[in-house]
Write a protein that binds this ligand. Structure first.
Ligand code: 4FD
Length: 231
């Protein structure tokens, strides 16, 4: 998979150079290219923002540098995503779809009060939001998107990928997990996890997942129940 990120703040993308995403790039499983929108500005001072027609507080990103930077990286395989609070809310199903169906993503990071609407009309295939809150820019959402999409690229995760997202776990929250020591600050690891009976352990974990989901995320619980009725 190839991901091209268009931004006015390329130095913000340092986190993608570490840990699992570093290894994924070193192994050519994912290619991440950061492009500075400012390099495309035809303005004599390289400005990329301007006042809002109609007035109002805040600056808007100008269409020219955005249009030219997108055009410079776009191919017939590109899927252009604009990270914005108005977008379709990201969830694990969407992540899976993007990772499996698209091989060339272009992520446009807005700043200030957003971008000129004509760029959305002309260039953007989909607007995505990572949740109902406002950030200072689309850079963190772009990194969130790259990170969660990468987990579905074969061989990016060392070993554990399959288990947590497999059928029965879909739409369920994770069960509680423990590691050594057996007792910590007076709290014991549940006995069922120590007896080596894998059927009992799996049953306990499933029961915990269902219980926690029902309690904390009734919306997910309903989706899980629906999915499991039709099977
Ligand atoms: N919830 C998100 C995305 C971007 C962002 C921006 C208009 C502000 C939150 C367009 C206004 C972009 C999100 C930049 N904040 N801030 O995914």
């Amino acid at each position: 998979m190839k991901v091209t990120i268009l931004t006015l703040f390329p130095e913000m993308f340092e986190p993608l150079k570490h840990s699992i995403l570093k290894r994924a790039q070193d192994n050519n499983l994912i290619q991440i290219e950061i492009v500075n929108i400012r390099d495309f500005s035809l303005d004599k001072n390289k400005r990329c923002d301007d006042y809002s027609y109609g007035g109002g507080a805040g600056m808007i990103m100008s269409p020219q540098p955005l249009y030219d930077s997108i055009s410079s990286v776009k191919t017939s395989d590109s899927y252009v995503i604009y990270l914005s609070p108005k977008g379709n809310i990201l969830n694990q199903h969407k992540v899976k779809d993007l990772s499996c169906l698209k091989k060339d993503l272009i992520l446009v990071c807005g700043h200030y009060e957003g971008i000129d609407e004509r760029i959305i009309e002309l260039c953007v295939d989909e607007e995505i939001s990572i949740g109902d809150y406002i950030l200072t820019g689309g850079e963190l959402p772009a990194m969130v998107l790259v990170d969660c999409i990468s987990r579905y690229i074969p061989n990016v995760l060392g070993n554990e990928q399959t288990t947590s997202e497999e059928s029965f776990n879909e739409n369920l929250l994770e069960y509680p997990q423990y590691t050594r020591p057996r007792t910590f600050k007076g709290i014991d690891v549940p006995n069922v996890l120590l007896n080596g009976n894998h059927k009992e352990i799996n049953d306990w974990r499933k029961e915990q997942s269902i219980k926690i989901t029902k309690l904390k995320r009734p919306d997910l619980y309903i989706s899980w129940k629906k999915d499991n009725e039709s099977k």
